[in-house]
Ligand binder design. Sequence first.
Ligand code: PEP
Ligand code: MN
Length: 348
Amino acid sequence: MIINMRAGATEQEVNHVVDRIKELGFGAHVIKGEERSVIGIVGLSEKRRSELEALVSAPGVEEMVKISHPFKLASRSVRPEGSIFEIGKGVVVGGERVVVAAGPCAVESPEQIHDIAAKVAQSGAKLLRGGAFKPRSSPYSFQGMGLDGLKLLREAADKNGLLVVSEVMDPSQIDIMRDYVDVMQVGARNMQNYHLLRGLGEIDKPVLLKRGMSATLEELLLSAEYIMAGGNYRVILCERGIRTFDTYLRNTLDIAAIPVVKSLSHLPIFADPSHGTGRRDKVGAMARAAVAAGADGLIIEVHPDPERALSDGAQSLYPDQFAQLMDEVRLIAPAVHRSVTEPTMARV
Ligand code: PEP
Ligand code: MN
């Protein structure tokens, strides 16, 4: 159930409704839109719905709307205009601009991360991606540089005016990571790590939540709900490919998930064509398709020397390919009334 407040309802009126909901023992989340506030009520059972009915006449209340999806705060009806929020340094997600994150799968060395940070920034990326804690399928594969990797990421990002997005694998890492990272990435393998999601609900950092490789869209949105239920509403969803019967590519990028999620939820959605295909020569086509389908952002693996990458080299673009891809998506975006992030510093 949500309560739509009238445009111009006072803070006092909103607080009155919130207090009344809490008095009855339910949770209340105030989501401030541009024109009006919406109050999401959580923990409400069908049986007790009638106890809230009197609130429809409270001052400032416009209407009460039942949400039929199991996810509530993530539901489109909470914010029909869509969520737009800043993730740091003036970079806004969910608005007119398609925001691009790029960088290696994993931070490997100071030279590697500094080199690639400068190059992706010159092509217009706004976030530097790179894993410091890596969820590898094999325990014998490179597991990431850990804290040293986080420090290098921060340094390279700051030097090039970029934000940092990196994966958090365990609730115990949240505290260290929050000092170095602007956006916390939840990987596909952890999409249903509810303990981790709850931990991320309690911090004031945006979260990039990747779809699990076998997760339905409803499950993805319920995972977002875990984070939002803790009070952290800055959740960015990410389609990164799912397992299907076809084995030709690493995964099947579910492009249709983008418009479907857009109709079900107000949350922004990115696409990851790198993990979505697993093959460098297929990344461009899927990135272009994702932008055309309405993605709010892209996260792309780019490596200065993909053949020697310690992880995901086969799907990592060469810096020149990334620059070309950015030029291509810049041409496509206007067809869907969008534009793509531009370099802060002039290209050299
Ligand atoms: C990654 O971004 O490098 C990664 C491990 O992604 P995913 O969780 O989607 O596999
Ligand atoms: Mn990777």
